[in-house]
Design a protein around this ligand. Structure first.
Ligand SMILES: [Mg+2]
Length: 233
């Protein structure tokens, strides 16, 4: 059971909690493909082949295990390798990445997200905790967050307890004073439970819960979370 009176701060997942990530990534991949077609056509042709893409991804992960948690670094290394393979200028990796990254920040919020964020932010400090490379400022939601801890910036990804503890420390809270909110049973709920936080599972798709440890609260969306916290969203 959620103990609302104990909650002093909220840590919040981003992808698939505030917006659906799949259409965002699909648009970003398309923006990258369009950019490459214009500026590095040989690379665009090379990457139109799915088996080649998958081989390149594997090769990059093997060559750079130290950045396995950092999707931006991985994608840059991947683009650099693809450009080299195709005989294009590897200096194009950075601008090609930017074409992807710009569109990666162009998210379409779930309909309940914005009013819920406003209601939560009026009551609690909110810290973004994400394994992905969305940036709350670049997606236009910076005003609702007092900070963010990402796998990319922190160097350790969810579900490791250290990233949750870092987020709690950033708002001068003990873990048990923090409510972590997210859609992923393993990365968000189990990770935050192991870190000693209260947890809210955002279960938009009526999935079954399949673990012995359970979230303190399950909510169908961010609006339902606000209602459970006694906030009008
Ligand atoms: Mg998520």
């Amino acid at each position: 059971m959620l103990q609302v009176s104990k909650v002093k701060a909220i840590t919040l997942d981003l992808d698939d909690t505030l917006w659906p990530v799949e259409p965002t990534i699909a648009r970003a991949e398309q923006a990258l493909a369009d950019w490459l077609t214009r500026h590095a056509p040989a690379t665009a042709r090379l990457l139109s082949d799915a088996p080649v893409r998958s081989q390149l991804r594997k090769a990059v992960l093997q060559a750079h295990p130290e950045v396995a948690h950092d999707f931006s670094a991985l994608r840059l290394a991947y683009l650099s390798r693809a450009l080299a393979h195709a005989g294009d200028d590897t200096a194009l990796a950075q601008p090609a990445f930017e074409a992807f990254f710009d569109e990666r920040q162009n998210v379409t919020l779930f309909p309940d997200s914005l009013s819920a964020l406003a209601a939560l932010a009026a009551r609690y400090p909110i810290v973004a905790v994400s394994n992905g490379n969305a940036n709350v400022h670049r997606v236009g939601l910076g005003a609702y967050f007092v900070g963010s801890v990402s796998a990319q910036s922190f160097g350790v990804a969810k579900p490791h307890i250290d990233i949750f503890h870092a987020a709690a420390r950033s708002v001068q809270c003990d873990p048990d004073e923090v409510l972590h909110v997210g859609d992923d049973a393993h990365l968000d709920v189990l990770g935050a439970l192991n870190a000693g936080m209260q947890t809210a599972w955002i279960n938009r798709d009526a999935k079954a819960w399949e673990h012995p440890q359970t979230p303190h609260l399950t909510a169908t969306d961010m609006g339902a979370l606000c209602a459970a916290l006694g906030l009008a969203a």
